[in-house]
Ligand binder design. Structure first.
Ligand SMILES: C[S@@+](CC[C@H](N)C(=O)[O-])C[C@H]1O[C@@H](n2cnc3c(N)ncnc32)[C@H](O)[C@@H]1O
Length: 213
């Protein structure tokens, strides 16, 4: 999806240390990412959908914020007493997070969270379909998947426009509806915080929760 700029590498490799070269590669990769992929503005509050369904997560449980960006969800959930793990290719905005931070390119190589189980997984404004089975595997029993990202039709309204980043109507339902218990689902256009088409899902691994929020 993106590749380090060979030009930058060639001009520096004779003199720089491996660590500096690694950092240059990281910055070049981040700069080459589509704007949708970059960490969002830190001033953006956590998504209402994520905070709504946080009430279903086991108190004090372990929560994974995948492609966390500035960690708006990890921070808000840590403040609620959850043990958070934030994963992103660019963790430069996460150094002060009260939780575990994992720097990983989650679109290449093996799933960095193999063997771990989370009481909740949050995926917001990020889509990489090959992860869907990993998300299910990495949920503990009664774990909650809270997913919100852009849907088809968003290309009329703003970024992202790339179809790879846009969910088809019902796509999250189809992907997770047979292996998780769907608690809530939405797909449609909304005007706030800006015009966008979004799709959202909350689903649990196990039986439906006894009470909704
Ligand atoms: C639009 S931001 C969303 C950030 C956060 N989830 C939020 O809602 O505020 C997308 C995030 O995906 C991360 N990302 C993109 N490609 C990645 C990859 N291959 N591996 C890990 N993280 C990636 C970006 O660094 C960025 O932080």
């Amino acid at each position: 999806m993106f590749s380090p700029s060979e030009g930058v590498r060639q001009t520096t490799e004779r003199s720089a240390s491996p660590l500096i070269l690694q950092e240059i590669d990281r910055l070049t990769i981040v700069a080459a990412m589509a704007s949708f992929d970059r960490p969002t503005d830190p001033a953006i509050p956590p998504a209402a959908w994520v905070m709504r369904w946080a009430g279903l997560i086991r108190p004090g449980g372990a929560v994974l914020d995948l492609a966390a960006g500035h960690g708006r969800h990890a921070r808000a959930l840590a403040a609620l007493g959850f043990r958070v793990t934030a994963v992103d290719i660019d963790v430069s905005a996460l150094s002060d997070l009260a939780g575990e931070v994992i720097a990983a390119d989650i679109e290449t190589g093996s799933w960095p969270l193999a063997g771990r189980a989370f009481d909740a997984i949050v995926v917001a404004n990020y889509l990489h379909r090959p992860h869907f089975p990993h998300l299910v595997e990495s949920l503990a029993h009664d774990g909650v998947l809270i997913f919100e990202t852009f849907g088809q039709g968003n290309e009329r309204l703003g970024r992202p426009r790339n179809p790879d980043f846009l969910l088809a109507p019902g796509e999250l339902l189809q992907a997770f509806g047979t292996c998780l218990t769907v608690v809530a689902y939405e797909h449609g256009e909304e005007q706030t915080p800006r015009p966008a088409v979004r799709q959202r899902l909350c689903a649990v691994k196990g039986a439906a929760p006894r009470s909704l929020l």
